[in-house]
Ligand binder design. Structure first.
Ligand code: NAD
Ligand code: AKB
Length: 318
């Protein structure tokens, strides 16, 4: 990666990935973009920033040409819960946007990173340690766009030689930018509420396992995969990766070790609960470990210590 364009750069991942890439590759070599702008945002203020709607191919092409981009990190998308509220928009942004990015990449010789998700699996997939290659029949529009996106990226690689790579991210947990409307968001909100109010009403039911990951590991995954030797990659779109698998009661118990007064109750949302139940309990990420050395650093205990410390500072809570 030499000249990188990030789409959807103001989102949960983009806001941290942009800063990380600027540090690694130089601020002049990373162009952040989103459909909107944001006052006082580090992404907008501390480097190159452009407005790009990924539904418009010529907007992407103009920026790729203007900055001589060789790699597109394509993050613009609607997540699972937001997607269920507006499936047409989810299809148009997630699939229309990806198709435009791939076409520009084909014409202008760019590599492309596109995140898929645990949402690319469904109720027919194996539930525990879901293998890299398994049945994928998701039941959400988000999941449908993720499987279709994986197939489209593989097609562009096979048919046109575009260097497409991706991972199936689990729920990502971070303290910089709030998540954008997913099913796993509870695992971020719980830390904020534990610090602010010492209680949390969880919309996911007890005993519902999902894969999760702390953001620093997710950022490393993007860079490691994009810098990996292509001759070692048997898979491309997209690699299972995970760092931990837990249910709400486990994260609550971990927080209680640091905030003994913390109490969690359940107020289950049937829509997000049904989505969570359709996803794997845990992924088998051995292909990523073997093919490009995936090895996450944070487990639930380490992540909780860091999240609470960082959020105390951010929220100015003693
Ligand atoms: P997010 O919702 O936080 O951010 C998405 C960004 O895309 C937003 O800033 C939004 O303004 C922008 N956007 C929306 N429509 C756009 C358009 N038409 N043109 C340009 N920008 C547009 O999402 P995120 O959590 O940062 O996710 C990024 C990617 O990672 C997505 O593909 C998502 O499916 C995937 N992913 C995320 C997670 C997670 O837990 N965050 C897990 C698995 C996969
Ligand atoms: C969501 O919950 O929609 C995302 C994801 C796992 O893809 N966090």
């Amino acid at each position: 990666m030499k000249k990188i364009l990030v789409t959807g750069a103001l989102g949960q991942i983009g806001s941290e990935l942009t800063a990380y890439l600027r540090k690694l590759y130089g601020a002049d070599n990373v162009v952040a973009s989103d459909i909107r702008t944001l006052k006082d945002s580090d992404v907008v203020e501390n480097g190159i920033y452009e407005l790009v709607n990924v539904e418009n191919a010529s907007e992407i092409a103009n920026i790729v040409k203007k900055y001589n981009i060789d790699t597109i990190i394509h993050l613009a998308a609607l997540l699972s819960a937001t997607g269920e509220k507006d499936p047409v928009k989810a299809w148009n942004v997630n699939m229309g946007g990806l198709f435009n990015v791939l076409e520009v990449a084909r014409e202008m010789n760019c590599a492309v990173f596109t995140p898929s998700s645990i949402a690319a699996f469904g109720p027919n997939s194996r539930k525990v340690k879901t293998p890299q290659d398994d049945i994928q029949r998701p039941t959400t529009i988000y999941g449908v766009t993720k499987v279709s996106g994986e197939l489209l990226c593989d097609y562009y690689h096979r048919r046109f030689g575009v260097d497409t790579r991706g991972v199936r991210f689990p729920g990502l947990i971070s303290y910089v930018t709030l998540p954008g409307g997913g099913t796993t968001d509870y695992a971020v909100h719980i830390y904020y509420e534990a610090l602010k109010n010492k209680r949390y009403d969880c919309y996911i039911a007890e005993g519902t396992y999902m894969d999760m990951m702390y953001m620093p590991d997710a950022l490393d995954a993007v860079v490691q995969l994009m810098e990996a030797d292509p001759s070692k990659l048997k898979h491309r779109n997209a690699f299972n990766i995970t760092a931990m698998s837990f249910a709400p009661e486990h994260i609550a118990a971990e927080i209680k070790k640091h905030i003994p007064e913390f109490e969690m109750n359940y107020d289950v949302d049937p829509v997000r609960q049904a989505i969570a139940e359709s996803w794997p309990d845990s992924l088998d990420d051995s292909a990523a470990r073997e093919e490009w050395g995936w090895n996450p650093k944070f487990d639930l205990a380490l992540m909780t210590v860091d999240m609470l410390a960082r959020l105390r500072e951010k929220l100015n809570i003693k």
